[in-house]
Unconditional design. Structure first.
Lengths: 78, 243
């Protein structure tokens, strides 16, 4: 089963875009639910992104890529 | 305690830059661990450094820039909040507020966070007689954003945030931070950031005229006695009732 990791859509108002500032685990790594996997910056605010489930991480958006709210940035295969 | 610093003290503390940054992280951790729903810290470093998010380490030319800044006695340090390089020195006062927020409520987005810090800051300035303070962008300022505390359109306080999930639930913890230039000249601090820009071969340069120091508008203010008043405003704001 594959689960998407998305940029949260309820943490800031408006249509402002963010940028992925860091991946904290490598592509292909196995992560546990709740592990911190990435950071996204929007208007000088850093958001920590956690793994919603456990699984093997496949990164879809790279560091420094611009992302909108709700954008899938990676997936986890259980 | 966070190393040499007291959390939620009403006095201005004087750690090193590194100790202050570590303490801000610990303040956020405290809220994330559920140990408190509100915490704060006011500090002014006793040494100096150029502080930036760690992603700047990926810039081409960063190692050379780091060496050049060390030669100028402005060592580079990393912070956990967003933005771009900011000088820290005894001429800067930092206030950090960590707040637990319900996701989906009105207090769980970045705009609220900036107003939560910036509005009381403007009110504090108004009480001191500075009635032209507001929040907004400042073209030409380093680490510009939409929520600087401005005086007459010049940047006095730069603001930034970090958000982290509270352990074991959907609540979020917010660390919102403000760095206020209190002394020195805007030219002196802008020159440090521009030296970094030059060292990484970035053509963007910042303007001293876009910044203002608190001493320029309140030359007789005693910070050690004035900062507790700012902290009290931040802590007792009606929007920050612990959940």
């Amino acid at each position: 089963m594959t689960t998407a990791i998305t940029v949260p859509d309820d943490l800031w108002e408006g249509d402002g875009e963010g940028v992925i500032t860091a991946w904290l685990v490598d592509d292909g790594a196995e992560v546990a639910q709740g592990d911190l996997v990435a950071e996204v910056m929007v208007e000088k605010a850093q958001y920590e992104i956690e793994a919603p489930v456990s699984g093997v991480l496949t990164i879809a958006k790279q560091e420094d890529e611009v992302v909108a709210k709700g954008t899938p940035i990676a997936s986890l295969d259980a | 305690m966070a190393g040499p610093l007291d959390f939620s003290s009403m006095t201005l503390q004087h750690p090193t830059v590194e100790e202050g940054l570590v303490a801000e992280e610990a303040l956020l951790d405290m809220v994330c661990q559920g140990e408190a729903s509100l915490g704060w810290l006011a500090w002014s470093p006793r040494d100096r450094g150029l502080v930036m998010p760690r992603r700047h380490e990926r810039l081409a030319g960063f190692p050379e820039a780091r060496d050049r800044l060390v030669e100028q006695a402005w060592p580079i340090r990393f912070r956990s909040t967003g933005g771009t390089p900011v000088p820290q020195s005894p001429s800067v006062v930092n206030l950090a507020l960590a707040v637990r927020c319900h996701v989906g409520g009105s207090a769980a987005h970045l705009e609220w966070g900036y107003h939560r810090l910036g509005d009381p800051w403007c009110d504090w300035l108004a009480d001191l007689g500075v009635t032209s303070a507001d929040l907004g962008p400042v073209p030409g300022a380093y680490c510009d954003g939409r929520f600087n505390v401005r005086i007459g359109g010049r940047k006095l306080v730069g603001t930034a945030q970090r958000w982290r999930r509270v352990r074991g639930c959907r609540d979020m913890a917010l660390l919102v931070h403000g760095a206020m230039q209190v002394g020195d000249t805007p030219e002196a601090l802008v020159a440090v950031v521009n030296a970094f820009q030059d060292a990484i071969d970035d053509p963007q340069r910042f303007q001293a005229a876009s910044h203002v120091a608190l001493r320029d508008v309140l030359p007789d203010l005693d910070l050690e006695t004035a900062i507790p008043g700012l902290l009290k405003r931040l802590v007792t704001s009606k929007d920050v009732a612990p959940i």
